[in-house]
Write a protein that binds this ligand. Structure first.
Ligand code: UVW
Length: 312
């Protein structure tokens, strides 16, 4: 990683030594108003996947889907384990055990690192026992609000979804925007559709995870420079890792987590469901919208679930 990113730009220190928000600092009040000005139809699309889906959930290898359990329902009253409240009221309750990165979620700014330092140069030791620095809480406090732009790669490529290992370059993004008739402006929240995770629901797990190399943007110095110059605050995709898993030349895994999240402080929103939003964008020939997403404020969390909203 160190060699691959030797001359890659960094935003460390740009917002002071105590910063935990990174490029989300670009999302000022003016940017919120610019996002609001992109709304013309009032159509609302939520981007969260179903949590505790009985069909299973696509999660990065090593994680498991959510486990949901009932702690109170009608059966408790029927069996006498619970009693109706005075006046006859009864209620249901449940709980959930899940990876905070196990569904549609935001990565904390300090979630991924190399060379023993996380975002802004904090020591990776600050992750031990919970994120002392750059946890998900500051992102949950701020909320991510601005103008979003969808790049719909499968539609541009005339296919239903991108395949394992399929690359997206900077030129592909620029060409797609131009074909879609949308301009990516400075400080836009970039939303990239691959439709790849839809294959999880149609294939066996063995097939889905076999040789897993998610499609997505490939690391290149030009791509990283563009994100830096465009001051992109957040990247949102419908894949588990927001990037091509394996960098083809170097074989380095997840280099954009380091170049964009760790070095530039660009917030990562992963595992979104962009299907309905993409269909609406195509129907209306309108690819910009107000994007709103605030992850749960989990104490010292490495990430947290979110159900982002796009308003066309
Ligand atoms: C890893 O942390 C490995 O991946 P992600 O940030 O995509 O969940």
């Amino acid at each position: 990683m160190k060699d691959l990113l030797a001359s890659a730009p960094k935003n460390w220190g740009r917002w002071g030594p105590d910063d935990e928000l990174g490029s989300l600092n670009f999302l000022t009040q003016q940017e919120v108003l610019r996002g609001i000005r992109s709304v013309r139809l009032g159509e609302v699309y939520t981007l969260g996947e179903l949590i505790a889906n009985p069909k299973g959930e696509p999660v990065f290898p090593g994680r498991t889907g959510a486990l949901k359990f009932m702690t109170q329902d009608k059966s408790y009253y029927k069996s006498g384990k619970s009693h109706s409240l005075p006046g006859g009221g009864e209620y249901s309750d449940d709980g959930i055990t899940m990876y905070l990165q196990g569904s549609t979620q935001y990565d904390a700014m300090g979630h991924f690192w190399y060379d023993d330092h996380i975002w802004n140069g904090y020591s990776a030791d600050t992750t031990m026992g919970g994120m002392e620095k750059a946890s998900i809480v500051p992102i949950g406090e701020k909320g991510v609000v601005g103008r979003g732009v969808l790049i719909d790669m499968p539609r541009i490529r005339g296919k239903s979804r991108l395949d394992k290992g399929e690359e997206i370059t900077l030129q592909d993004i620029k060409d797609a925007a131009s074909k879609q008739g949308v301009t990516i402006e400075k400080h836009d929240i970039l939303v990239i559709r691959t439709a790849f995770l839809q294959s999880f629901y149609e294939q066996s797990r063995e097939e889905f995870y076999d040789g897993l190399n998610e499609p997505g943007m490939t690391y290149s110095p030009e791509l990283v420079q563009w994100f830096h110059q465009m001051e992109i605050p957040a990247l949102c995709t419908d894949t588990m890792a927001n990037e091509l898993t394996v960098h083809p030349e170097s074989k380095v895994l997840l280099p954009l987590h380091c170049a964009l999240l760790r070095n530039l402080g660009i917030a990562f929103n992963e595992i979104c469901n962009l299907e309905k939003l993409a269909a609406a964008c195509e129907r209306h020939r309108k690819y910009d919208f107000l994007y709103v997403g605030a992850p749960l404020k989990v104490y010292r969390g490495t990430g947290a679930p979110v159900n982002p909203v796009a308003i066309l």
